[in-house]
Design a protein around this ligand. Structure first.
Ligand code: URP
Ligand code: ZN
Ligand code: ZN
Length: 461
């Protein structure tokens, strides 16, 4: 039996803060209390002056991602290492087959990239990138194997995007199976028309990316999804919501009874479109979809998180090297691989720029980066909580730490950081995955291959 005792920290959950010890036996939390006696042979962590959080969960990452003519850079080995250093103990990856791929074969392929290669726990959202006569049986089988969420794209037509008939059938099946549908919401026709106009006018640099995808493009995508969700009764989850206009459409729908959860990203809370306007092609580091927005949106998103309107904060981690892969779009912004890596940075940025600057309280940080994610994706209370019987995924966090983010020190397998030189307060010093330390003293000591595939059971009937 492995035993871990975390002593004297301030335990922080989504609803309360209190001082205490946490005793973990094998994979789970066995006791919470004051002055717990260490069993013989226990690993002891002194958490005095530190916070003890439930393991953080990133609900939106890309690790194996063939996309825009290239592949995202991380593997499960590098991504899970980076996640754990940053305090993330569970990742949910998007399984994104091409339209021509068989869904079951794709699921097996994505599993093969992860099983035996991850140091943290993981699951997948199953991408539905085509819906034909054979799809229902295949998706039903994938759900039987432990997947409780689908992923659809209203953007990227010709690659991952689906048409309206496919959207309707996917949502109808999701309702029948009790599966929640996560969705990338942008009106792709508007993107295509705007991109064509801009390129024809010789506007090719990275800053044109956000000109081609203004807030209306995203708001229209959200409105579209909401109409279909209302007609089918399916539960939905809007991924990477970036702006006030899209938020308004989602909240309108929620007010009329549409089942919708909302995710924003750490990038939209901290970066803005001025970053994508940096000269000498440096803006390419900041190209993602939906694009970074006018900075006025940041305060709106922080407030919506604090007030419970937005449910979760993810990263949409999608690492593409600047020196090589981003260069594919030198002459044409539509060819810049989309994505801003940040899997390792989410929690320290949330703490520094949210909690320390007074935009978010500590329990809200736990709620949006852990507990709500577990609740949305059928992992709660096994994950996202500190209670007896829950998985012993725990983060000991030192609020006294001061440092800076840099590509020179990060663990993600990508050649730049969008947050280069940014000051951060606080860091994860110890991180446990199911009772075993994977980070000690800020150093990765995890075991590649120990991370488990989390079988989930759908609940959205
Ligand atoms: O720009 C982004 N978001 N890249 C990853 C693919 C996606 O849309 O989620
Ligand atoms: Zn997306
Ligand atoms: Zn994504």
């Amino acid at each position: 039996m492995t035993t871990l005792l975390i002593q004297g920290g301030e335990i922080v959950t989504d609803t309360k803060r209190f001082r205490g010890d946490v005793l973990c036996k094998d994979d789970v939390i066995s006791q919470i209390g004051e002055n717990l006696v260490a069993p013989e042979g226990a690993t002891i962590v002194n958490a005095k002056g530190k916070f003890v959080f439930p393991g953080f969960i990133d609900p939106h990452v890309h690790i194996y991602l063939p996309f825009m003519g290239t592949h995202a850079k991380d593997t499960y080995e590098t991504a899970s290492h980076a996640a754990l250093i940053g305090g993330t103990t569970t990742m949910i990856e998007m399984c994104c087959p091409a339209r021509s791929d068989d869904p079951l074969e794709a699921f097996d392929l994505w599993m093969s990239k992860a099983v035996g290669k991850s140091a943290c726990d993981f699951s997948f959202h199953m991408g539905v990138t085509k819906f034909d006569d054979a799809t229902e049986a295949k998706l039903t089988e994938i759900v039987r194997r432990g997947i409780a969420s689908f992923k659809i794209f209203l953007a990227y037509k010709g690659a991952f995007g689906i048409d309206d008939g496919e959207l309707y059938r996917t949502l109808r099946l999701a309702k029948k199976l009790g599966v929640i549908v996560t969705a990338h919401c942008e009106n792709e026709t508007l993107v295509a028309e705007k991109s064509r106009e801009l390129l024809a006018a010789g506007k090719t640099d990275p800053s044109q990316h956000h000109e081609s995808r203004p807030p209306q493009v995203e708001a229209d995508g959200v409105h579209h999804l909401m109409s279909f969700a209302q007609m089918t009764g399916a539960a939905t989850y809007i991924v990477h919501l970036s702006c006030a206009e899209a938020l308004e459409r989602a909240l309108d729908a929620r007010a009329r009874g549409v089942r919708v959860n909302i995710e924003t990203l750490i990038q939209y809370l901290t970066l803005s479109k001025s970053d994508a306007e940096r000269p000498n092609f440096e803006g390419a580091k900041f190209v993602m979809s939906p694009p970074l927005r006018d900075a006025r949106n940041q305060a709106i998103l922080w407030k919506a998180l604090q007030e419970g309107e937005i449910d979760t904060v993810a990263t949409d981690h999608a690492p593409f090297d600047f020196a090589t892969q981003k260069q594919m779009g030198r002459e044409d912004f539509t060819r810049i691989p989309n994505g801003i890596p940040s899997l390792e940075d989410r929690i320290r940025l949330l703490y520094t720029y949210g909690v320390c600057s007074g935009k978010m309280d500590l329990c809200t940080m736990v709620r949006v980066a852990s507990t709500n994610v577990a609740k949305c994706f059928d992992l709660y209370p096994r994950k996202g909580s500190i209670e007896v019987g829950a998985d012993a995924d725990l983060v000991v966090f030192d609020p006294g730490y001061r440092g800076t983010i840099s590509v020179a020190t990060h663990s993600m397998n990508v050649d730049y950081s969008a947050f280069e030189g940014w000051a951060v307060q606080g860091c994860a010093t110890e991180v446990a995955v199911r009772g075993q330390l994977a980070v000690r003293g800020g150093i990765f000591i995890g075991e590649i291959g120990r991370g488990q595939f989390l079988k989930r059971k759908p609940s959205y009937f």
